[in-house]
Design a protein around this ligand. Structure first.
Ligand code: CA
Length: 223
């Protein structure tokens, strides 16, 4: 999952980046609204975290411009304590949720998970595809209720496919959304991860190969 973080307070931006990277997210960080608009216009994200009080271009205007440019990913807004007008303005501009500073990282992560799930059409905290389940809170994959041991990268591949159900996802898209720029960007690596996941989820493997295009989660059967 690739997340855009737009926050001008250097300490908070660093804390957010450290924690989100530790959780396995891939990030782009921007320190002002203009930079945020550049990233948001140029690249594709799974969600954005945007502070409202930003230099150069305010958070509200940034959100309005991203939405006007048809950027549909979920947006979590960070607001100063107690300013209800900001929260209302943020939501009216097109944000999906807000968090008041100061906040606990655990709450931010829980809200981010909920936004990602809802954007994919899941109401439950556990993503399910037939007998295969993925628990975002516990970072756990289960097959018929039994935990399956997966590596962090295998988990990320399955999570991305489950959050994009029924859609063909190319290897390039997987690479863009799952790895930082410095990672070995080799699509063979993705094939290896998918191959291992299939073995581990057998006989309920829900990942289909669409020749020449990529992968698609088989939503109906889950196996
Ligand atoms: Ca600020």
């Amino acid at each position: 999952m690739r997340i855009l973080v737009v926050e001008d307070e250097a300490d908070l931006q660093r804390q957010l980046a450290e924690r989100l990277r530790a959780e396995g997210y891939v990030l782009d960080t921007a320190g002002d609204g203009a930079e945020g608009l550049y990233y948001g216009s140029e690249f594709d994200y799974d969600a954005a975290i945007i502070d409202l009080g930003l230099p150069k271009l305010g958070g509200i205007e940034l959100i309005q411009r991203l939405r006007a440019a048809d950027r549909r990913w979920p947006i979590l807004v960070l607001t100063a304590r107690g300013d209800w007008r900001d929260k209302v303005a943020g939501l009216e501009a097109g944000a999906d949720d807000y968090l008041t500073k100061p906040f606990q990282m655990e709450e931010l992560l829980a809200r981010l998970h909920a936004l990602l799930r809802r954007a994919a059409g899941f109401a439950s905290p556990v993503l399910a595809c037939g007998p295969v389940e993925l628990d975002m809170a516990r970072k756990e994959v289960r097959r018929q209720g039994e935990p399956v041991e997966v590596t962090a990268y295998e988990y990320k591949v399955l999570e991305y496919l489950m959050l994009n159900p029924g859609r063909v996802v190319s290897k390039t898209e997987l690479t863009d959304h799952l790895y930082d720029q410095d990672f070995e960007r080799d699509s063979n690596v993705i094939e290896v991860f998918v191959g291992r996941l299939r073995k581990k989820l057998d006989p309920f493997n829900p990942i289909r190969t669409i020749r020449g295009q990529g992968y698609r989660l088989n939503v109906e059967a889950g196996g």
